[in-house]
Design a protein around this ligand. Structure first.
Ligand SMILES: [Zn+2]
Length: 236
């Protein structure tokens, strides 16, 4: 898996132009990308920095390729279809000034904050598996220098989890009754969409694989739900 990730092109994209440019441009990158080439490759990683600064139409144009793994470009001469199975990663501030999560620090007006957040629609956000708020580290966290888990250790855990997933195949995850009850409750309360259900279940299965568990239990599901909880921060 890590070899796969290293072999694809990792592309960082900031605010740029119109939705038309995103549709036409080489915004899907893969093993053989050529800027300006109209044959975009697939299986790349697309990182959109400052997500809240992109035009709404540009972001919404990503919904179809995210769902279908292909992108269609229609022009007078006809419609072309390109492979576009990519991993979308994005980052954004809580508000235009970036201080929105710290009490009393935000200098944005209510209108500015609302306009900024309106760029990210609930259906677009629903397509993200993980939405995680990241706060600034405290002074003691920066100064205490507690050793973090090494990248090599993390890579070994990821490889182990992927091997478990590969050996299991594409079968539906097996959930405990408690885990199923939790998901049923979230669906009934309207906190989980049908699409979100599939995403939470898959993330919970991955968490279970990382824990070397055969069955997805309530703890795995609860952690997967927590990893989507940042949606409420983005779409207020
Ligand atoms: Zn602000």
């Amino acid at each position: 898996m890590l070899e796969d990730v290293r072999s694809v092109c990792y592309r960082v994209r900031r605010l740029s132009g119109t939705a038309g440019y995103l549709e036409d441009g080489p915004y899907i990158w893969g093993t053989d990308p050529v800027i300006g080439d109209r044959r975009p490759s697939s299986h790349g990683v697309l990182f959109l920095d400052e997500l809240g600064e992109f035009p709404v139409a540009a972001l919404e144009s990503l919904r179809q390729p995210l769902e279908e793994g292909v992108i269609r470009v229609s022009r007078a001469a006809g419609t072309a279809e390109f492979p576009a199975s990519f991993l979308l990663v994005a980052a954004m501030n809580p508000c235009p000034c970036g201080e929105g999560v710290y009490k009393g620090a935000c200098s944005c007006s209510v209108v500015m904050r609302a306009r900024y957040r309106r760029r990210i629609s609930a259906p677009f956000l629903d397509r993200f598996d993980l939405v995680v708020p990241v706060t600034r580290p405290t002074a003691s966290e920066l100064l205490d220098r507690v050793p973090a888990e090494s990248s090599a250790d993390v890579a070994a855990r990821v490889a182990m989890a992927r091997n478990r997933a590969d050996s299991r195949g594409p079968q539906e995850p097996v959930l405990t009754k408690e885990a199923t009850d939790t998901l049923s409750r979230k669906l009934a309360e309207g906190e989980l969409s049908a699409r979100g259900l599939g995403k939470v279940t898959r993330v919970a299965r991955t968490i279970a694989d990382l824990a070397e568990a055969e069955v997805v239990n309530d703890d795995h599901v609860s952690e997967a739900l927590l990893l989507r909880a940042g949606r409420s921060v983005v779409v207020a």
